[in-house]
Write a protein that binds this ligand. Structure first.
Ligand SMILES: *Cc1c(COP(=O)(O)O)cnc(C)c1O
Length: 403
């Protein structure tokens, strides 16, 4: 048995089969990873938009090592030096007068955001949240209820009440979904799991006006599209609007688990002692890693790089896949890009991996590209070439016809 085969066998025996992993990865550096058998891959998945600075960025490694040897956890019954510093770094990059709550994952950040919205609306008898069809907000029960895709909810009823759905990029549909009970509208600036679908400018600015008009909250789920992924600190900033609160997780600490809820002045003091909590949330170690991430995005100019490399990747993908009839289009923002096919994309994902490029098929027909924000032009070119080669091989597989 190869070392990969041994790990796979052990995994199958002892780990619940919630995922169907593709490779045994043992080492990473920047945009590259290596499997247990020594093969090198270009990682354009980044652990699903988590490793934004690339694998093992020295600044993050150093911050974690240093903090791990000093103080890892004290609970929130005591102050720690890093939590307010991280809150300042996030708040000053988001909305004036905002404050943060820290937790451990995207779903947990969203749960906190729903509780915050409900507490704000409680006195007026408002509790329902309008979310978008095709959205994704996580796997805990309320996050599942918020997720506007029934395939994730099947088998887990009763699904918590208090969520209704509207069509993404359709303002009239959101307006129609709002009732006297509505407290908030929840949206992703770029739907990730839903297939890399950016909100239109009219939709985002329209939602802001609509929420103001109805005196309800606008909430953004920035778990995937936040932290520089779109070339802005936060995805909503491309639209010139501010939500009343938003959630973060995935790439906030480059792979160290952390989630955050950032709320503007309307909501920043709604939670009071006893309303909400998280044992691990905001511990010195997670916050040290996240602080290193924010400092590095700034010092290495990674927002600009995400914009530039995103444009390069989008244009190369469009150019090199134009001749394949099964490719419909390339869409997305910054380094959050999707190659949209007219058929299931899983087979192409596997072909790409065999040729050394890690991506992920999503929403059935879309190949999703989420390279690290530090990706270099040569790596983007190499990835685009692998995509072209894999498309050609896929076409060939069915004797010159379409696959
Ligand atoms: C991944 C994701 C989540 C869930 O985050 P977890 O950390 O897995 O709980 C929520 N919302 C969006 C937009 C995501 O992409």
């Amino acid at each position: 048995m190869s070392s990969s085969e041994q790990i796979v066998a052990l995994h199958k025996q002892y780990v619940m089969p919630t995922y169907a992993p593709g490779l045994v990865l043992v080492k990473g550096k920047g945009a590259k990873v290596w499997d247990a058998d020594g093969r090198e891959y270009l990682d354009f998945l980044s652990g699903i938009a988590v490793v934004g600075l690339g694998h093992c960025h020295p600044n993050v490694v150093k911050a974690i090592r240093r903090q791990a040897g000093q103080l890892m956890h004290v609970s929130n019954l005591y102050y720690n030096e890093n939590q307010p510093r991280l809150a300042e770094a996030l708040s000053t990059r988001a909305m004036n007068g905002s404050k943060c709550f820290f937790c451990n994952s995207g779903a947990e950040a969203n749960e906190g955001m729903f509780k915050l919205a409900r507490l704000w609306g409680h006195a007026q008898g408002k509790s329902e949240i309008v979310t978008m069809r095709n959205s994704f907000h996580g796997r805990t029960l309320a996050a599942l209820a918020a997720t506007g895709q029934t395939k994730y909810q099947k088998g887990f009823d009763p699904i918590p009440a208090g969520f209704t759905y509207a069509d993404f990029n359709d303002l009239a549909s959101v307006r129609a979904a709002i009732t006297d009970k509505t407290v908030a509208v929840l949206v992703e600036a770029v739907q990730g799991e839903g297939g890399i679908l950016p909100a239109t400018p009219e939709f985002m600015t329209g939602l802001r006006s609509l929420c103001n008009e109805k005196n309800i909250l606008l909430l953004c789920d920035e778990v995937q599209c936040g932290m520089g992924r779109t070339g802005h600190w936060f995805g909503f900033q491309a639209y010139g609007i501010e939500p009343d609160a938003f959630s973060l997780a995935k790439s906030l600490a480059n792979g160290f688990p952390i989630g955050a809820l950032i709320a503007g002045p309307k909501l920043s003091d709604v939670f009071q002692p006893g309303n909400h909590a998280s044992t691990f949330g905001g511990n010195p170690l997670a916050c040290a890693a996240a602080l290193a991430v924010i400092e590095t995005i700034t010092s290495e100019g990674l927002l600009e790089n995400a914009t530039k490399m995103g444009e390069l990747l989008a244009s190369l993908l469009a150019k090199k896949t134009r001749k394949f009839s099964f490719v419909k289009t390339v869409r997305g923002k910054g380094l959050m890009l999707g190659l949209v096919l007219d058929r299931p994309a899983k087979e192409l994902e596997v072909l790409l991996r065999e040729k050394g490029l890690i991506t992920i098929a999503t929403a059935d027909t879309v190949i999703r590209f989420l390279p690290p924000l530090c990706v270099k032009p040569a790596q983007v070119r190499k990835a685009a070439k692998i995509v072209a080669d894999a498309c050609a091989a896929w076409q060939q597989k069915t004797a010159g016809g379409s696959p």
